[in-house]
Write a protein that binds this ligand. Structure first.
Ligand code: ADP
Ligand code: MG
Length: 326
C-alpha cells in the first residue's frame, strides 16, 4: 500500500505548496476559522498547520492517514463517483508516504488530545496522548526525504515559499470569514485577520493591497443564473501590479483559460493591448452547469455552456471598463 500511496503522492503532492493547499482545505472542511501556517526552509524542512476546527477523534486518527479509496469501490457507479471526486481521501495518506508526519488533534468532547506519528514507508502509526486545544495540528517534516528523485525537483527556498504564499492568498480570498497567519523561518510574512463581518472587500485589500481596492471598479451582475462579483483594476493599476489575477468559481480558486481569455479580451478591446490586467473575480453558477473536478491539481473547470459564460464575462467586463473610461 505504501507504494500505491507514493505513486498517488506524485500526483497530489507536487511541491510544498500543494501540501499546504491540501492541508488548508482539510482545516476549512473541518470548520476552522483560524489557521496558522509555519513554514521552514520553503517547506523542504517543515510545513506545520494549526487549526481550531472540529478535530479528529482518537480512534479516527489512523483512518485519516489511510487511503479509503479501495474500500469505497464496490460497483462501477462507485468508481465513477470516486473518479469524479478526484483525489478524495488520498491527501493525508499521500503526504505521509513521502514525509515524517505528526498529527495532533482534540475534539470538543475529548478531555485530552492525541497524537499520531507516521513515517514514510512503513505506515506504522504510533498513537500517544498529547497537549493541544480543540482543533488539529499537522506537522509535515522532511518532505520527499524518501523519494530523492522528487526532492531533486524542489526549487530554491524562496521560490517554493512564493508558491506557498500564492496558495495562501488564493484560499484567503475565498474564505474572508477565516483568519490566516503565515510564517517563514519564524517570521510572520502574512496576516489576514477576518473582520467581524468577514468582509470580502477588506480581505481583498489585505491580500492584494488597499490601493487596488481603492482604484478598482466593483461590479456585481447576474445573468441567466450566473453571478459575477468582481473588482477590476483600473488603468492606473495595470502597469504597477502584475501578480494580481484571481478568479474563483463557486468559491474555488481557478486559473481557468476560458475566464482568463474572456477578461483579457475585454481589457484589450477597451484599452488596447496591455501587459497584465489586474482583477479579482468571483463567479457563481449552478453546480450542475460546471465541473470543477476536471483536474483537481490544475485549477481548471469545464463549463456546460462555455460560450455563454465566456461572452457574459467579456461583455460585463467591457461594460464596466467603458463606464469608468467615459
Ligand atoms: P479528504 O479530505 O479527501 O477526505 P484527506 O486525506 O485530505 O482526505 O483527509 C482524510 C480525513 O482526515 C478527512 O476526511 C478528515 O476526516 C480528516 N482530517 C484531515 N485533516 C483534518 C483537520 N485539519 N481537521 C479535522 N479532520 C481532518
Ligand atoms: Mg482533503
Amino acid at each position: 500500500p505504501q507504494l500505491a500511496n507514493q505513486i498517488a503522492a506524485g500526483e497530489v503532492v507536487e511541491r510544498p505548496a500543494s501540501v499546504v493547499k491540501e492541508l488548508l482545505e482539510n482545516s476549512l472542511d473541518a470548520g476552522a476559522d483560524r489557521i496558522e501556517i509555519d513554514i521552514e526552509k520553503g517547506g523542504h524542512k517543515r510545513i506545520r498547520l494549526k487549526d481550531n476546527g472540529a478535530g479528529i477523534a482518537k480512534d479516527e486518527l489512523q483512518l485519516a492517514l489511510s487511503r479509503h479509496a479501495t474500500s469505497k469501490i464496490s460497483t462501477l457507479d462507485d468508481l465513477e463517483r470516486i473518479l469524479s471526486l478526484g483525489f478524495r481521501g488520498e491527501a493525508l495518506a499521500s503526504i505521509s508516504s513521502v514525509s515524517r508526519l505528526t498529527l495532533t488533534s482534540k475534539t470538543e468532547s475529548q478531555s485530552e488530545a492525541w497524537q499520531a506519528y507516521c513515517e514514510g514507508r512503513e505506515m506504522a502509526v504510533n498513537i500517544q496522548p498529547a497537549a493541544h486545544p480543540k482543533g488539529t495540528t499537522i506537522d509535515v517534516a522532511d518532505l520527499f526525504y524518501n523519494t530523492p528523485a522528487r526532492r531533486k525537483f524542489l526549487r530554491a527556498e524562496k521560490t517554493e515559499f512564493q508558491h506557498i504564499e500564492d496558495v495562501v492568498k488564493r484560499i484567503a480570498l475565498s474564505y474572508p470569514h477565516a483568519s490566516f497567519i503565515l510564517k517563514h523561518n519564524g517570521k510572520t510574512t502574512k496576516r489576514y485577520i477576518a473582520d467581524k463581518h468577514g468582509s470580502l472587500a477588506s480581505r481583498i485589500a489585505a491580500v492584494v493591497g488597499q490601493k487596488f481596492i481603492d482604484n478598482a471598479v466593483h461590479i456585481n451582475v447576474e445573468y441567466e443564473g450566473i453571478t459575477m462579483n468582481a473588482w477590476l483594476g483600473s488603468e492606473v493599476m495595470l502597469r504597477s501590479s502584475n501578480d494580481c489575477q484571481f478568479s474563483f468559481v463557486n468559491g474555488r480558486g481557478m486559473r481557468d483559460k476560458l475566464i482568463m481569455h474572456a477578461i483579457r479580451q475585454a481589457y484589450e478591446s477597451v484599452w488596447g493591448v496591455l501587459e497584465q490586467p489586474s482583477f479579482v473575480v468571483y463567479l457563481t453558477l449552478d453546480p450542475k452547469d460546471v465541473d470543477v473536478n476536471v483536474h483537481p491539481a490544475k485549477h481548471e473547470v469545464r463549463f456546460q455552456q462555455g460560450r455563454l459564460v465566456h461572452d457574459f464575462i467579456c461583455k460585463t467586463v467591457c461594460d464596466a471598463l467603458h463606464s469608468i473610461t467615459n
